[in-house]
Ligand binder design. Structure first.
Ligand code: GLU
Length: 385
């Protein structure tokens, strides 16, 4: 804890909104900001990732959490977000500091230029001693375009600011090896391989969108970025310090020793898949042995419609995800190149280009502990037709 310089704290909706009344839990907010004030006094930069906008706006939209549809949630977020931030501002002032609001979408985090703009904003706020409070901009996102849970967004923010701790405060004290209500469920204090516990971690609660599953996905993203994740119950009194000081039970997901460069971590940590490639087995095996450019002759199929600059997921023939990387060509161009291996790029595309579909500098081979994504089963275009 004494080494910590940057922390992202994520608060679930059920901690900020009373589950029956859907009103703000001021006592929790008070305890939370009291702890954050103490961290700030120690010179620690804190970003707060706060849910709660939708939950706090539902009364105004006359919907319960169970019956709210996407339009209701969008409107509820528009109502609840200023309510939430107003409360944060007032309580933070009581503790002598100021806050600012950053609303982000999935696209903002996955598009490099916008990601850098957000990062620069956070840094400038830090320079001025202001704590950023981040939430997903639910009002402008449809179901398909939402991240949905703030757990993984918080991991993205942790990666963005190179935080050493990501603290996920929730309604349960941490991770169990099976659903906690089952007999013999064992508490997990420390884990490194997130994949071992994914099956046990299903289910969400009515107020929030996340659950233990998204928390483990977040933890996996954070550990790849060199950040420890602490999952703990959001109690009212000293919710953060009691965890950081090891005074109460929580689950720690350990960071991997040396993270890749910030660029490669950004490339690897994805919230949405733009498209994918399947490589022939020889090329896939060679790639895993020694990182090397992926060329059009390696590819046997392409999925989805993607653009130059999108990040692709790369699979071997058995459907195992082996790498991710930034494509130099659109999906149409990749298919054209792959289907005509004898022709030059200039002949096929009308401009001369390096023939690598993914260059080594823009490619990451996934390590064994990285949670891989299932290969797409739709919108697949074979190279040999
Ligand atoms: N962005 C949503 C809100 O502010 C919550 C998402 C989540 O439950 O993590 O209400």
């Amino acid at each position: 804890m004494s080494m910590s310089k940057r922390i992202v704290v994520k608060i679930g909706s059920s901690l900020l909104a009373d589950s029956q009344q859907l009103t703000l839990r001021y006592a929790f907010m008070h305890g939370l900001l009291s702890d954050i004030a103490k961290l700030r006094e120690q010179g620690i930069d804190v970003v707060l990732m706060s849910s709660g906008a939708v939950a706090l706006g539902l009364n105004a939209i006359h919907k319960s959490p169970e019956e709210a549809q996407i339009l209701d949630k969008q409107a509820a977020a528009a109502f609840g977000q200023p309510l939430l931030l107003n409360a944060y501002k007032q309580v933070a002032h009581e503790f002598g500091f100021d806050i600012a609001q950053i609303l982000v979408t999935l696209g903002d985090m996955e598009e490099r230029r916008r990601f850098i703009n957000i990062k620069n904003t956070v840094e400038r706020l830090f320079d001025n001693g202001i704590m950023p409070i981040v939430n997903e901009n639910d009002t402008v996102t449809t179901e398909e375009l939402r991240v949905g849970d703030n757990d993984r967004l918080a991991a993205k923010v942790a990666q963005m600011i190179q935080a050493d701790h990501l603290i996920l405060l929730t309604s349960i004290d941490g991770l169990y090896d099976r659903p906690p209500h089952e007999d013999g469920a064992q508490f997990i204090e420390k884990l490194e391989n997130v994949g071992d516990y994914l099956e046990a971690a299903c289910g969400t609660n009515a107020l929030g969108s996340g659950g233990m599953y998204t928390k483990l996905q977040a933890a996996n993203m954070a550990q790849q970025a060199g950040c420890n994740t602490l999952i703990a119950e959001g109690i009212i009194d000293r919710p953060i310090l009691s965890v950081l000081n090891g005074e109460r039970r929580h689950t720690t997901c350990m960071a991997f020793g040396t993270p890749a460069s910030a660029w490669k971590v950004w490339l690897t940590n994805r919230l949405q898949m733009a498209g994918s490639l399947v490589l022939n087995q020889g090329a896939a095996e060679a790639l895993v042995r020694t990182p090397q450019p992926i060329t059009h002759t390696d590819i046997i199929s392409v999925s989805d419609t993607f653009q130059k600059g999108d990040i692709l997921h790369v699979y071997d023939e058995s459907g195992q995800e082996i790498a991710r990387g930034l494509t130099n060509f659109s999906s149409d161009e990749v298919l054209l190149l792959a289907r005509h291996p004898e022709a030059s790029t200039a002949e096929l595309l009308g401009y001369s280009a390096v023939p690598d579909v993914i260059a080594t500098k823009n490619l990451v081979i996934l390590n064994d502990n990285h949670l891989s994504w299932d290969a797409p089963t739709e919108d697949i275009h074979l190279v040999a037709s």
